[in-house]
Design a protein around this ligand. Structure first.
Ligand code: F6R
Length: 630
């Protein structure tokens, strides 16, 4: 999830009054920095050449670089702010990437799934690569097509034609923006499964990942469709499909103020991030398996033969990340038959844990900087264990110090309370479980492929849940006065219940507890009194081991003692209706995947209740996004 801006104007326009393409692009990047801050870069076309600057770290690093090495005035420019996926957050991996002998510059948001195969092809042709990114492969492909297939002919929309041909070969999710020195008044862009919006000006046109990229200049926007290419000049906007057939975008008026534009029109980053979840899961799945369902990890410094000998997995994490680990434990043990423990990182080091070279430590961290988890990983390494990091932040300390890495591709999570990272972590941990099952022969390739196909359907199902949240919002508002809320779940529903309780504690400052439903009778049921709200995450009635019937009995037990029961159940589960004050249905899905859906109404509930109480949901009191102290 990167931020992208493009601009073309007239030399008689902004350049004249000291606001050239560079100023417009930098202002857009400033507004889009919430989309990624691993690096920033710009390219402008001036005097028949491409001039580019890029720098790892925040936009301020690029601004300092531009101070030192200014760029020429120009009417055409592109800019990028990066959230690293392929390749760490370094200067070399920063965008733009150049090709065609430095005459073409390209920026990219997304993941090119078939980059390895294209890279091989280009290497054979003698292309030299300077970075580890999939983006540079796309730049090289575009440059190669422009130069060799179209003979470098810039007349008659050469760059647009080259983009069409390149996109026909690319797989995955991408927004691409390109400029060429031989077509100085043009920016060409393409989109598939990644966002891109056109801003319409007077004698100038804009491109942005979202409208915040140009909201300071125009409120007229055009939404592009899937698999479309757009060519902008100062006075024209032309849209085609990947094969050159003319296409249409949808024009609309942007009535958001600049601040809410950064939040995609939502009142908070948290709400935006909850709505980002279909993409977070889809992007985490993207490019991880081939057509046969064969999986690979991102960075693998463990001999696969060694992984075959692993006899224990210990998942180390804190807070929400630890709950994702608890969900994953059920799947990993079921698929791989490897004993899996989940431990809070800060407890691990202080109990003399049994760890040896046949233990695989799986750390889960959104930030990759949580000190408790980092110290636990270091400790485990000292004991001889192999370490694997599931992390959302490319190049952060924990993945750097781990033997293997699997990145979640949720994009930056700005709100302190974790939401989209949670779902992406579960998804990545499931990919790891399937990878180990594949390696160790616990599952046939066909079975793995089937599970991946089920996972592939999850993003659309999350969207279905998100499309029906009005009722849970109403309920949350009506419960703003609640003093305590309990959450019950069983099997994978248990960590979901604990996560639901954590969200409510940290956002609404209400006492909340998550229990294993079966544990009720061993003590917690004493808490139930008249009117006590109790959320129950009910497993699918289609599941195994009569778990559903057990949970329905648990609901009856608390209800009989006066609890107000609020149930999350699978569509079609009529049995729960009789015992619930409120039922929220989630789409049918295999039991192990249900947490990816059941967590969503609980997030919405906490968000809405906290909002009703007037609290700042993005920055709850006493909390920090990245806990870098022990
Ligand atoms: C809760 C939350 C925290 C984090 C925890 C670990 O909403 O965000 O509980 O999950 O502090 O952080 P990471 O995943 O960055 O290691």
């Amino acid at each position: 999830m990167c931020g992208i801006v493009g601009y073309v104007g007239h030399s008689s326009g902004r350049v004249n009054v000291g606001h050239g393409a560079l100023d417009v692009v930098l202002e857009g990047l400033r507004r889009l920095e919430y989309r990624g801050y691993d690096s920033a870069g710009v390219a402008v076309v001036a005097d028949g050449t491409i001039s580019s600057r890029k720098k790892s770290g925040k936009l301020s690093n690029l601004l300092a670089e531009l101070e030192e090495k200014p760029l020429p005035d120009s009417v055409t420019g592109i800019g990028h702010t990066r959230w690293a996926t392929h390749g760490g957050p370094t200067d070399q991996n920063a965008h733009p990437h150049l090709s065609d002998g430095g005459k073409l510059a390209l920026i990219h948001n997304g993941i090119i799934e078939n980059f390895a195969e294209l890279k091989l092809e280009l290497l054979e042709k003698g292309t030299v690569f300077a970075s580890e990114t999939d983006t540079e492969v796309a730049a090289a492909l575009l440059g190669d097509i422009f130069r060799n297939q179209l003979n470098g002919d810039a007349s008659n929309g050469g760059l647009t034609k080259a983009m069409q041909l390149a996109c026909q070969r690319l797989e995955g999710a991408f927004t691409l923006l390109a400029v060429h020195a031989d077509q100085p008044d043009v920016v060409v862009a393409a989109r598939r499964n990644s966002p891109l919006v056109v801003g319409l000006g007077e004698g100038e046109n804009f491109l942005g990942s979202d409208v915040s990229g140009f909201i300071d200049y125009t409120r007229r926007a055009v939404e592009l469709g899937q698999d479309q290419i757009v060519t902008i000049t100062a006075d024209t906007v032309e849209i085609t499909d990947f094969f050159g057939a003319p296409a249409q975008g949808k024009e609309y008026h942007v009535d958001w103020d600049p601040a809410s534009a950064e939040k995609g029109g939502y009142p908070s980053f948290m709400e935006k991030e909850i709505h980002d979840q279909p993409d977070a899961v889809a992007n985490t799945l993207l490019g991880r398996s081939d057509l046969d369902g064969k999986l690979t990890l991102d960075e693998m410094r463990i001999d696969p033969e060694h992984l075959k000998k692993i006899n224990k997995i210990i998942v180390l994490a804190c807070g929400t990340s630890a709950y994702s680990g608890q969900v994953a434990k059920y799947a990993i043990e079921h698929w791989c038959r490897i004993a899996t423990e989940v431990e809070l990182s800060h407890e691990f080091r202080y109990r003399d844990p049994i760890v040896d070279e046949n233990t695989l430590i799986v750390s889960i961290s959104q930030s990759g900087e949580t000190m408790d988890t980092l110290m636990a990983v270091r400790y485990a390494k000292e004991q001889g264990a192999k370490t694997l990091s599931i992390c959302n932040t490319n190049g952060s300390t924990i993945p750097r110090e781990s033997d293997a890495v699997l990145y979640t591709h949720a994009g930056p999570e700005i709100a302190v309370a974790s939401t989209k990272a949670f779902l992406a972590q579960i998804t990545a941990a499931y990919l790891l479980g399937l990878y180990l099952a594949q390696l160790r022969g616990n599952k046939f390739q066909g079975e793995i492929k089937d599970i991946l196909a089920d996972l592939g359907k999850v993003p659309a199902k999350i969207q279905q849940v998100l499309d029906h949240v009005d009722e849970i919002k109403d309920l949350a508002r009506s419960m703003a006065g609640a003093k305590s809320v309990l959450f019950l779940g069983r099997h994978v529903g248990f960590p979901v219940a604990m996560e639901g309780a954590l969200k409510l504690k940290e956002l609404a400052y209400i006492h909340a507890e998550g229990f294993a439903a079966g544990e009720l009778k061993h003590g917690p049921i004493a808490l139930i009194e008249e009117g006590q709200p109790v959320f129950v995450v009910v497993p699918s009635p289609r599941g195994r081991n009569s778990l559903h019937a057990k949970v329905v009995s648990n609901i009856q037990e608390v209800r009989a003692r006066g609890a107000k029961t609020i149930v999350i159940a699978e569509e079609g589960d009529e049995a729960v209706k009789a015992y619930a004050e409120h039922v929220f249905y989630i789409p049918e899905t295999p039991t192990l995947l249900a947490p990816l859906l059941a967590a969503v109404p609980l997030q919405i509930f906490a968000l809405e209740l906290a909002t009703a109480k007037g609290y700042d949901v993005d920055q709850p009191r006493n909390l920090a996004k990245s806990v870098t102290v022990e």
